[in-house]
Design a protein around this ligand. Structure first.
Ligand SMILES: Cc1ncc(COP(=O)(O)O)c(C=O)c1O
Length: 381
């Protein structure tokens, strides 16, 4: 493998840009010795709830824990069914299985890569309890028709907003559209912690108080266990780091969006399909995913030129060996399967320089030509 010339992500560059603020925040946690929950986590909860336009935020130790507790608070358990999409990170489906419920999958809508609202109605049975749309890559699912079908059938809607901090749907922030929303603060996320982290946002106080108890062993007071809970608490360092980073998030999102405009412009004349920002919202580009029928050749060409890329995701969940017993085989979700075969994520992070963007596009151009896909990329001004 050749030396990396453009990394997929550069967390160090971001840390360097805000080092004094981060170092002070970490030092304050060391001084206070409030290592679990505590004032920094509570402060972050207030600020992130306000950012998402929801009345409550409960900070947790991962996005997976957020999905698990959101489903439990919604009353999902053995014998129930939850509808989600197969083209996602595996956690969206795994969390449903944690509750003992059955994930029921529906295909995606190709331009947005998110759940096809038109496929939901046919998947509803008397056991359906919830719908779990995933705001993939930083773009929300088409929430209005999803909420409509959910209301008609009395289903809870849980947004998987793990990749969508700051995304908007018809002006409303991700995290405030469904009944409950789940975020991940895995370090590479648009709002990333310096370790594991996650959160639930909701404006339903009943769900919020249940989730607050469940994250801390089901206690309502110390050693009074009302519910059978978990240790899913956020640690103090993550709360402190996330408070600092939240203040920069909108600026970083704008930087991502401006890089995306540049990528789109330079790739406009190629056969490569660039991502589509749907008319319903504001995409925050957690990942910039192009599509190519020669994806594997292009991936190989970029790797050999030192351009680091990602594939999100190479195998849809229903075709993963671990989830074969869900009962779906190849061909069950043609749009998800085609996307999995064609997607390729290019380097994207707020600090990515315009020279690096140029370099990536030129490598894509050579890769596309080498892969036999006709293309005339505009690689200069
Ligand atoms: C769509 C989606 N859902 C859930 C998760 C799980 O989040 P975490 O890794 O914080 O547990 C992720 C994280 O990658 C994700 O991308």
């Amino acid at each position: 493998m050749s030396k990396i010339k453009v990394p997929y992500l550069d967390l160090k560059a971001q840390y360097q840009s805000i080092k004094p603020e981060i170092d002070a925040a970490i030092a304050s946690v060391l001084d206070s010795c409030q290592f679990i929950l505590g004032p920094e986590v509570a402060g972050f909860e207030n600020e992130f709830a306000a950012y998402c336009g929801s009345s409550e935020c409960i900070a947790l130790n991962s996005g997976t824990s957020a999905l698990h507790l959101a489903l439990l608070a919604a009353g999902v358990g053995p014998g129930d069914e939850v509808i989600t999409a197969p083209f996602t990170f595996v956690a969206s489906v795994a969390a449903i299985l944690y509750t003992g419920a059955r994930p029921v999958l529906v295909d995606i809508d190709p331009p947005s890569f998110t759940m096809d609202p038109n496929a939901i109605e046919a998947a509803i049975t008397s056991r359906t309890k919830a719908i779990l749309p995933v705001h993939l890559y930083g773009q929300t699912a088409d929430m209005e028709p999803i909420m409509d079908v959910a209301r008609r059938h009395h289903l809870v809607v849980i947004e998987d907003a793990a990749q969508a901090h700051g995304a908007k749907y018809k002006g409303r922030p991700a995290g405030s559209i469904g009944d409950i929303a789940c975020f991940s603060f895995y370090p590479g996320k648009n709002l990333g912690a310096y370790g594991e982290g996650g959160a639930v946002t909701t404006s339903n106080s009943q769900y919020a108080s249940t989730i607050r108890m469940l994250r801390d062993w089901g206690q309502d007071r110390k050693y009074h266990h009302e519910l059978r809970g978990y240790n899913y608490r956020m640690d103090g360092f993550q709360g402190a780091v996330l408070r600092v980073k939240l203040r920069h998030l909108d600026r970083w999102t704008e930087a991502r969006r401006s890089i995306v405009r540049r990528y789109n412009e330079l790739l406009a004349d190629s056969e490569i399909q660039t991502p589509i920002e749907m008319p319903w919202g504001r995409h925050v580009y957690h990942v910039y995913t192009i599509r190519s029928e020669d994806r594997d050749a292009l991936h190989g060409a970029l790797t050999s030129e030192g351009i680091q890329t990602g594939i999100h995701y190479p195998i849809p969940v229903h075709l993963q060996p671990a989830y074969a017993d869900l009962g779906y085989g190849p061909g069950a979700f043609p749009n998800a399967e085609k996307a999995a075969a064609e997607v390729l994520s290019l380097p994207l992070y707020p600090e990515l320089s315009s020279q690096a963007v140029q370099r990536v596009v030129e490598a894509v151009s050579r890769g596309v030509a080498g892969a036999g896909v006709s293309s005339q990329l505009r690689t200069s001004e």
